[in-house]
Design a protein around this ligand. Structure first.
Ligand code: CAA
Length: 257
């Protein structure tokens, strides 16, 4: 039997999803991305799960799209196979995604981390968009998400030189949330996931949606979008529970309803 390309472990309200092609530094072939997206979509539907963690291994989160799969491709092949279309499905996931990154997060690996809502890096993490060195450029969101994350001049430097940055530089640039010792990565990612999982899931979901809209909309439209989501939460049981618990000076219990 062939090994699954992603391994899934569900711990209470958190799903830990591990990329599993270690012999090629988790190079992201189409099959792996398809399996990852299917697992994410399944977790998004699973009422038990509130947060998903995507991780790799100590040597690599992922060293990019699978170059061997692309080396002989023509533009028509890429279009016919809808080569990058599964990547767009990650954007539709409504629950928070945390990337827990050790080792290489290059090319599509860096782009996958940036598809996530929060990034925890270990001290060994290296982020970069080296596609320029193999005759192409980022194709799974790198020019867009890296620029939004670190600003134009740093994105230009990283993408045009192909040089990677350390975890500490990624922290200084605002690309990652925090840097932790390698041995603590799993524990820290899980603690963050559990903290978010303890919050009211529908409020978390609409807050995520609203923050992502801030990157797309004008301030005027974004403020309207936020107001609508805020008002909508007053239709939830968790709003009543959260505010009632505050008034009664007790801890709320959120059910995601
Ligand atoms: N695709 C396919 N195979 C890859 C790979 C990739 N992106 N990255 C690593 N591998 C494979 C290597 O071919 C090697 O396999 P073999 O043992 O069969 O030769 C194995 O993984 C181990 O890699 P190395 O021997 O190269 O390991 P290293 O420690 O010496 O170097 C590295 C590590 C610097 C990350 C180097 O592997 C590397 O430069 N990888 C490619 C990085 C890259 O260019 N990524 C961008 C891909 S394009 C992309 O992502 C496009 C997009 O935006 C969608």
């Amino acid at each position: 039997m062939t090994e699954p390309l992603v391994l899934v472990e569900k711990l209470d309200h958190v799903a830990r999803i591990q990329l599993n092609r270690p012999h090629v530094l988790n190079a992201l072939n189409m099959q792996l991305i398809r399996q990852l997206v299917e697992v994410l979509e399944e977790c998004d539907q699973d009422e038990q799960i509130r947060v998903m963690i995507i991780t790799g291994n100590e040597k690599a989160f992922a060293a990019g799209a699978d170059i061997k799969e692309m080396v002989d491709a023509s533009p028509v092949d890429l279009m016919v196979k809808r080569y990058l279309s599964d990547w767009l499905r990650i954007r539709q996931i409504s629950k928070p995604l945390i990337a827990a990154v050790s080792g290489f997060a290059l090319g599509g690996g860096c782009e996958l981390a940036m598809c996530c809502d929060l990034i925890i890096a270990s001290e060994s993490a290296r982020f970069g968009q080296p596609e320029i060195n193999i005759g192409v450029m980022p194709g799974a969101g790198g020019t867009q998400r890296l620029t939004r994350a670190v600003g134009k001049v740093k994105a230009m430097e990283m993408i045009l030189t192909g040089k990677s940055i350390t975890a500490q530089e990624a922290l200084d640039y605002g690309l990652v949330n925090r840097v932790v010792p390698v041995e603590d990565l799993d524990k820290e990612a899980l603690a963050l996931a559990q903290e978010i999982a303890s919050k009211p899931p529908l409020a978390v979901r609409l807050a995520k949606q609203s923050i992502l809209k801030a990157l797309d909309l004008s301030l005027e439209d974004g403020l309207h979008f936020e107001q609508n989501n805020f008002c909508m939460l007053f239709a939830t049981e968790d709003q009543r529970e959260g505010m009632q618990a505050f008034v009664e000076k007790r801890k709320p219990t959120f059910r995601g309803r």
